[in-house]
Design a binder for this molecule. Structure first.
Ligand SMILES: [Zn+2]
Length: 539
């Protein structure tokens, strides 16, 4: 049988949630840490089929069937390995790589890769405690790192000279180059990391696959990472994830911070569930990896403009991954500080408060819509609405999507209605209109967009879904279309005034306080409006 390399099947396992896939075929309910359903492989009435999202496997306590996402699809749909992989790749939206057998040579290459980077890490750590690495050690100690922390995370120092290319002379140069630690220059091999504070990067299985090096002389960029290799893909790797796994499970959430030092300080100060991307913006692959472990995520960003921007981006990316049981939140560290600085000063409770005060996703999107667009104007509100709609449409869970839509509809009503009528001579509440009228208006606006601008203030109150086509049996020209909208506006205003009049009459009867002046004024206005309607009808 042809075999895909582990990278690809791992990619599928990372990208897809086993719960989503199984739930697609049999209903699952979350109980405790696992999801449960009736086993599709034997006949049963009470669920003994469990699915563990974090570990990515299913297990039936009834018939003993056990496997991962790939074997589930194979068994359930009676597919061979290749077809199951093809189907899953399609669901994950990733192209199928060309089939290749993992040869003995490739396996050997992998083993030598792991051995080289592991040895390199040992050398870097040794160097940290020599006079050569003094300034690196001073720097990291100054940032509050203890020897214990240095040991746990395998920190080290890559000296100025070419230590790796000089020390690993018995290893074939292609093998060395494959690790990204050395490069081929005009005069032979040279080290990629020189005079850097070294942070090993581990894969999910806990093997070192790459390094991140921090500059110590103030030169930019602050961090350089190993370029992507066969075994290291920056966009799919989260710093600290291998250390965080257990705490993510235990604390039932993940905290995402921006930097590596932040991650280590967080993990060592009681926030073991913390991870960070590697000096890049978060990617879809990062989020897929996170959501597979746990769908409760607190994103912790700088409070500055760049942090806000990064948060908006993260929110946009997380939308397809949220479920009705996920809690996604956004925390901001303000005052130009970062988590590392706060924790270094021993202010654990300050950090805890920042995390606890995190804003839920639904509020964060609303806040973003209201700060990024001028919602005081009709066009600003339209843009804000488009933004919200675009984000909500990414939600895969239909019920959850409906809830978001309902929530924003209420907020729009409650928080935006005061902006609606400022410049309008006719002032009414959100009027009720039936679906025929609604469709007609949408039809008209799509045909004559200029009317949308002219009557924006009124139309905004109708909460129309302008992405729909709308329909009408009447064939309007521009003049007729405008009359239709104008007369509707008058009609709605009439309804509003009639109601206001009745309320006034009722309250004055009840209280015994005369409101006849006010009632008379309303009646005059009503008469004027009927006159207007007459003129419209007779022209
Ligand atoms: Zn079973």
């Amino acid at each position: 049988m042809a075999k895909y390399d582990n990278n690809f099947t791992d990619l599928l396992r990372n990208r897809l949630s086993i719960v989503d896939i199984v739930n697609h075929y049999i209903p699952l309910v979350k109980k405790g840490q696992n999801y449960w359903g009736c086993c599709p492989f034997h006949n049963e009435k009470t669920p003994s089929f469990s699915v563990n999202e974090d570990k990515g496997f299913f297990h039936c306590f009834g018939c003993g069937k056990h496997g991962d996402i790939i074997s589930f699809v194979m068994e359930y749909k009676h597919l061979d390995f290749l077809s199951a992989i093809t189907e899953l790749a399609e669901m994950a939206g990733v192209p199928l790589p060309t089939v290749k057998q993992k040869s003995k040579a490739e396996q050997e290459a992998e083993e030598s890769y792991f051995a080289i980077v592991k040895n390199a890490q040992k050398i870097f750590t040794e160097k940290l405690y020599t006079p050569e690495g003094e300034h690196a050690l001073a720097y990291i100690k100054n940032r509050g790192f203890t020897d214990e922390m240095i040991k746990k995370y395998g920190l080290g120092y890559a000296p100025k000279n070419n230590i790796i290319s000089n020390k690993f002379v018995d290893i074939k140069r292609e093998k060395l180059i494959a690790t990204g630690l050395v490069r081929q220059g005009e005069y032979g091999l040279y080290d990629f990391f020189r005079d850097k504070l070294m942070f090993p990067i581990y894969n999910t299985k806990g093997h070192i696959v790459a390094f991140s090096g921090r500059s110590l002389d103030g030169s930019e960029p602050k961090y350089i990472n190993t370029s992507d290799t066969e075994l290291f893909h920056k966009r799919q790797t989260l710093f600290g994830f291998n250390f965080a796994r257990e705490d993510i499970h235990k604390n039932n959430r993940t905290i995402v911070v921006e930097g590596q030092i932040d991650t280590i300080q967080m993990q060592c100060n009681g926030f073991g569930e913390t991870v960070a991307p590697l000096g890049t913006a978060l990617t879809e692959d990062h989020l897929a990896l996170l959501c597979k472990a746990n769908r409760n995520i607190v994103f912790c960003f700088d409070g500055d403009g760049a942090g806000q921007k990064a948060a908006v981006r993260a929110a946009g990316l997380i939308m397809p991954f949220i479920r009705d049981n996920s809690e996604v939140k956004f925390a901001f560290v303000t005052g130009g500080k970062d988590p590392d600085e706060i924790l270094r000063k021993g202010n654990r409770s300050e950090m805890e408060k920042i995390i606890n005060d995190a804003i839920p996703l639904v509020d964060f999107l609303w806040k973003t819509a209201n700060t990024n667009y001028l919602v005081k104007t009709p066009s600003g509100r339209a843009q804000a609405e488009k933004y919200l709609k675009q984000e909500v449409n990414k939600i895969q869970d239909n019920l959850l999507k409906t809830e978001y839509e309902r929530d924003y509809k209420n907020r729009k009503f409650n928080e935006w209605r005061n902006y609606n009528n400022k410049k309008d001579d006719i002032n009414i509440e959100v009027p009720e209109i039936d679906s025929v009228v609604k469709n007609t208006i949408i039809f008209i606006i799509n045909k004559f967009p200029e009317l949308a601008e002219r009557y924006g203030d009124f139309l905004n109150k109708l909460n129309l879904d302008l992405d729909q086509e709308g329909k009408s049996d009447l064939d309007f020209n521009l003049n007729q279309a405008e009359r239709y909208i104008y007369s509707l506006k008058i009609q709605k205003y009439l309804e509003f005034l009639e109601e206001k009049k009745h309320k006034l009459i009722a309250s004055s009867l009840k209280s015994g306080i005369s409101a006849s002046d006010e009632i008379q004024r309303i009646e005059q206005e009503i008469k004027k409006l009927y006159d207007k309607q007459d003129i419209l009808l007779n022209n």
